[in-house]
Design a protein around this ligand. Structure first.
Ligand SMILES: C=CC(=O)SCCNC(=O)CCNC(=O)[C@H](O)C(C)(C)COP(=O)(O)OP(=O)(O)OC[C@H]1O[C@@H](n2cnc3c(N)ncnc32)[C@H](O)[C@@H]1OP(=O)(O)O
Ligand SMILES: NC(=O)C1=CN([C@@H]2O[C@H](COP(=O)(O)OP(=O)(O)OC[C@H]3O[C@@H](n4cnc5c(N)ncnc54)[C@H](O)[C@@H]3O)[C@@H](O)[C@H]2O)C=CC1
Length: 332
């Protein structure tokens, strides 16, 4: 292991003005943990974008190495579950928020947070999926638990060209659902159809203030957008349907009424990837091996090197990234 290694460090001055520094770090700059991992692959999620641009109060401890997820190899371990050489995945648990994170050549982490690399997956594909794709899987699993089968009717996916959206479309399509993709980038309709969407609608149909109830259009939804979009999705969900909420790309508010819940028995299912229990995580990663077509994952992914992370963080907040960004940490 190198004594000094590259990393990104977010610092704040006495006036709480943030700086983003590409710098050299040592192990002492990383917070305590019982496993040191060489970060081989990481990614840029919306939350990483919020952290690096400072657009959202994601970072809650300073200074911070951002980066909420990574895949790599264990370098040293005092945890009985892991030994040097093991391939692992890390996502969530406040890493990149309150615990120094993935945008460095090494990460010092708690072994209890790590998942052994599932059979059939490698570091690159794990991070092409990343937190966004794993959250898409958690969302699909929540719909399934609620009895939303392909026979119940279509499922709408909002934020369809984003990380959660593209992976959700690919998984739902493979599982046989009729998928309606909602996007502001309708010029990407053919791409979304190639992933598994049957129909593409413009996000403007869902982005204004919602009526309490509207014509029933879908049995289920994977929503990554929140705000008016989620309110409209709820108002158009058919009797007994279910909607998962994981994101806030339009806003953190939810200007809805109780009508969909009390008149149509619609359920709103909250999805949190960060503190999801280990068993649910392992199930989600195993399901991704089985239910996500790796050719489609490749089609929705763009690879960059370490030096591209900061630009990609700005681009994701500007809504300019299609699908997922995977970062090869060995590449500059
Ligand atoms: C991969 C996942 C995602 O992408 S999620 C989307 C990205 N996340 C965000 O945009 C969240 C950013 N955070 C915020 O906007 C705010 O922190 C807030 C609205 C969630 C809360 O802010 P507010 O100023 O209203 O309250 P406090 O900071 O005083 O916190 C209240 C209470 O909540 C605890 N808390 C704060 N952040 C989190 C979090 N991320 N996860 C879990 N809990 C959180 C905080 O510790 C306080 O609890 P207490 O018991 O008093 O300590
Ligand atoms: N709850 C959780 O644990 C998790 C939450 N998330 C959240 O899910 C959301 C999506 O994440 P990603 O797919 O990775 O982000 P992304 O940026 O890849 O995708 C978001 C999509 O929403 C679109 N969008 C932006 N503004 C919009 C608006 N006003 N109306 C409709 N669409 C809009 C963008 O064009 C983009 O296609 C984010 O808010 C993120 O924070 C992501 C992962 C885990």
């Amino acid at each position: 292991m190198q004594d000094r290694f590259k990393g990104i460090l977010l610092t704040r001055d006495e006036n709480k003005v943030m700086s983003v520094n590409v710098t050299e770090l040592g192990l002492d700059d990383l917070m305590e943990g019982d496993v040191v991992v060489e970060v081989e692959w990481t990614t840029v999620n919306y939350k990483d974008g919020l952290a690096i641009t400072g657009k959202g109060p994601v970072v809650r401890r300073w200074p911070m190495v951002p980066g909420i997820d990574c895949a790599g190899t264990v370098v040293s371990s005092e945890n009985e579950r892991f030994k040097a050489g093991d391939k692992v995945i890390l996502n969530g648990f406040g890493v990149g928020e309150v615990h120094t994170g993935a945008y460095a050549a090494y990460a010092r982490l708690k072994g209890d947070w790590l998942i052994p690399m599932p059979e059939g997956m490698d570091g690159r594909s794990a991070m092409a999926i990343g937190t966004a794709g794993y959250t898409a899987m958690l969302s699909v699993m929540a719909l399934e638990r609620h009895g939303i089968t392909p026979g119940r009717g279509p499922v709408v996916v909002t934020g369809a060209n984003g990380g959660v959206g593209t992976v959700a479309i690919a998984v739902l399509g493979k599982l046989g659902y009729e998928v309606i993709a909602s996007t502001g980038r309708t010029e990407e309709a053919e791409f979304l159809k190639s992933l598994g969407a049957s129909e593409v609608i413009h996000r403007d149909e869902l982005s204004g203030p919602a009526k309490p109830l509207n014509k029933e259009r879908w049995a289920g939804a994977v929503d990554a957008v929140g705000s008016h979009t989620l309110a409209n999705v709820l108002s158009m969900t058919s009797y007994g349907g279910a909607v998962t909420a994981c994101g806030l790309a339009q806003g953190m508010d939810l200007p809805t009424s109780v009508a969909p819940f009390i008149l149509r028995g619609v359920s709103l299912l909250g999805i949190d990837s960060v503190m999801a229990p280990l068993a649910l995580r392992q199930e989600a990663w195993s399901r991704l091996v089985k239910d996500l077509d790796m050719g489609k994952l490749e089609a929705l992914s763009t690879e960059i090197g370490f030096n591209g992370i900061v630009d990609a963080a700005h681009s994701i907040i500007d809504g300019k990234i299609r699908g997922r960004v995977v970062v090869d940490m060995k590449k500059s």
